[in-house]
Write a protein that binds this ligand. Sequence first.
Ligand SMILES: Cc1cc2nc3c(=O)[nH]c(=O)nc-3n(C[C@H](O)[C@H](O)[C@H](O)COP(=O)(O)O)c2cc1C
Length: 449
Amino acid sequence: MSRRTLKLGAILLGVGGPGQHGTWLSPEIPGNASVDIAWYIARAQAAEAARFDLIFIVDSQFITPDSPNHYLSRLEPLTLLSAVAVHTSHIGLVGTITTSYNSPFNVARRLYSLDHISGGRAGWNVVTSGDAGTAGNYSLDEHYDYPTRYGRALEHVRVAQGLWDSYEEDAFPRDKERGVFLDPGKQHALGHRGQYFAVVGPLNLERSPQGQPVIFQAGDSEEGRELGAAIAEGIFTHAHTLEQAQAFRAEMRERAAAKDRDPDHVLIMPGIFPVIAETDEAARAKEAAILGTKSFDRALRELGRPFGWHDFSQYDLDAPFPEVGGAGDRSFRTQAEAIKKLARVNNYTLRQVVEHQLRATWSGGFVGSPATVADEIERWFSAGAFDGINISVTVPSEFALFTGEVLPILRERGVVRREYDSTTLRGNLGLPIPPNRYSAARAATPALV
Ligand SMILES: Cc1cc2nc3c(=O)[nH]c(=O)nc-3n(C[C@H](O)[C@H](O)[C@H](O)COP(=O)(O)O)c2cc1C
């Protein structure tokens, strides 16, 4: 068996995601970075030159003036990934698509097109949409409750996977001499009638290089974890401490095994934001400077997001954290609950909660000299805290510090591989190509051949 190596993803956040209030002010970042395809292509090419496994595009479809800068104006994930695909050759292309506000046929077709266009590098980050306000953009009065959200998500993915099996590999002889374009016996309608979707099929697109785009998932509730255990080959999450990350990975592997899945085919990849400088002390100073660019007022407004954009500016900052009832129940419920618990356990005022959020970074403690950051990443990886990391990419020179200073150390130690193993995302992540269900059934019953 080949040695387990750390997987690498790059989250492209243009002018700055949640909590990255001052990022766009960097002279290195053009003001229109989040809508400039040349910017995405350049970042993807830099990640590919560093042999990253994938770029990761997060997404949402409901904004207020207080949304993070990158969210206010950004490109649709699969459209931008299709453009990046033709300017790259090996790096995986993972796009976030919500199952709450899409039809499986449409999603299956777009992702499969990306898999064809990219020669087998497409991935799908399955989300259910945390922003409750998204409902208003899709002709609904309110967002789905959790059982519906996650019920739809599971069925949605299963339908898409069914559609991806519409054609067996050799369904198109395209034999001009015999005049045979299609072998109709190798085209299969789906005929799905479920609780949320009814889809006849077949999909009008032949089998793609990966057979099935790689499935990622993000969502941390009990329902979210069960969905991840059922469908995900990669899980996008946050790692707060080594112990919490270890426990999360162990739990997800157990949940997957309980569903008869191979736990090694469920890769846990939290987002992290390393802060690197020549010395540990300089890195800590750099982190303090980054934290210093954050705005208290912006953080107070952003606090409302997990609670369905609840307006926290109406409360006394120095009174105990306010009682907000069920705000958040149909939004980012898990995150809202965690904030309420933080306030309760520590007896925090609203101001203290905001200050806590201001200090929170995605660094996960990966702050220091290149050697320190490499040591920490290796320590967490060896301790089973993650299988890979998704690095938040904003300022190019900061990303270059990671690729130029930290990665060589990890490569030297054999933690990260030196070259791509494959031209497909599955190949590079060590994930098998799922067989076409009809070809597999045919092979299992030779009489049908
Ligand atoms: C690490 C992480 C990343 C997420 N990224 C996205 C995203 O890019 N777009 C989106 O609509 N929802 C995203 N979500 C939201 C989830 O799909 C889900 O709707 C939300 O987390 C609430 O569900 P939960 O309580 O199960 O976590 C993300 C969630 C997590 C935990």
